[in-house]
Design a binder for this molecule. Structure first.
Ligand code: FE2
Length: 259
């Protein structure tokens, strides 16, 4: 039995933790550098007690976390990887517009005069959009919607999707996802339908491709392979550069503190 004293060498390291937006945020770096103002704004995650939700979904993906971000930031992949489930040929001509503001990278894919890829209007003529917003370091918010051709494209507050990435190892990733939709008791089954559709697409369409890329890379560093960069990769590359800068800046701050 102890006497209330913790013997030297038996202490367990603790980490700063904040719970926000129904998510636990942990800082694994130097505790003195933890800054909860840097937690990304995920206030669109539905609050408890506001209905039936599609949140808290999880997949473990056997890839480096940056490959998962590359995929999510390149929304043109919907027309290829999700062809027939979420995408179709009519969506292929759209060009992505990449912008950056206040630490966020936006990839806007506006697809006028196309056939709706998914949702209530699936298969019908429409103007539709998929806009992905990256928030440092690894959270992404997808705005999606479709309206009859020519109508004002107003973003429905229930049509946001969350993609939150946590590196597990160099070659595996925790992938959390969900949507902002809230359903009443009468429509509770809708939340499960959306969850099942998302999970099916990620599990059977995205993951095999991403994990195959990871395998083909054979553990090599991304840039050492001199990857061919397509216009649709602009947002993913921008995010990679920002993360590289963040890592350098954090290492410099930690180094300054240790001197
Ligand atoms: Fe996908």
């Amino acid at each position: 039995m102890g006497r209330g004293h913790i013997p030297a060498g038996t202490g367990i390291r603790s980490y700063p933790i904040v719970e926000r937006y129904r998510i636990v945020w942990i800082w694994l770096g130097d505790p003195a550098l933890a800054d909860e103002s840097q937690i990304p704004d995920l206030s669109l995650v539905p609050a408890e007690g506001t209905g039936h939700h599609n949140i808290g979904n999880y997949l473990n993906v056997k890839c480096n976390y940056l490959l998962e971000i590359d995929n999510l930031m390149d929304l043109s992949h919907v027309n290829f990887i999700h062809f027939g489930s979420l995408g179709n040929d009519s969506m292929r001509a759209a060009e992505v517009k990449v912008t950056e503001e206040e630490g966020k990278v936006r990839a806007d894919l506006w697809m006028p005069g196309t056939l709706c890829g998914f949702g209530e209007m699936q298969g019908q003529p429409c103007d539709q959009w998929n806009n992905m917003v990256w928030m440092q370091p690894t959270s992404m918010l997808l705005e999606f919607g479709a309206v009859p051709p020519g109508e004002e494209p107003i973003q429905d507050p229930h049509k946001y999707a969350f993609h939150i990435i946590t590196p597990e190892t160099e070659h595996s990733t925790h992938y959390f996802y969900g949507t902002s939709a809230c359903f009443s008791d009468a429509d509770a089954s809708q939340a499960k339908l959306i969850c099942d559709a998302q999970t099916q697409a990620f599990l059977t369409e995205d993951n095999p491709m991403i994990e195959a890329v990871e395998d083909r890379m054979g553990g090599a560093e991304f840039w050492s392979l001199r990857p061919a960069i397509l216009p649709s990769d602009a947002a993913g590359i921008r995010v990679r550069r920002r993360l590289e800068q963040m890592c350098r800046a954090e290492r410099a701050r930690a180094s300054d503190r240790s001197q």
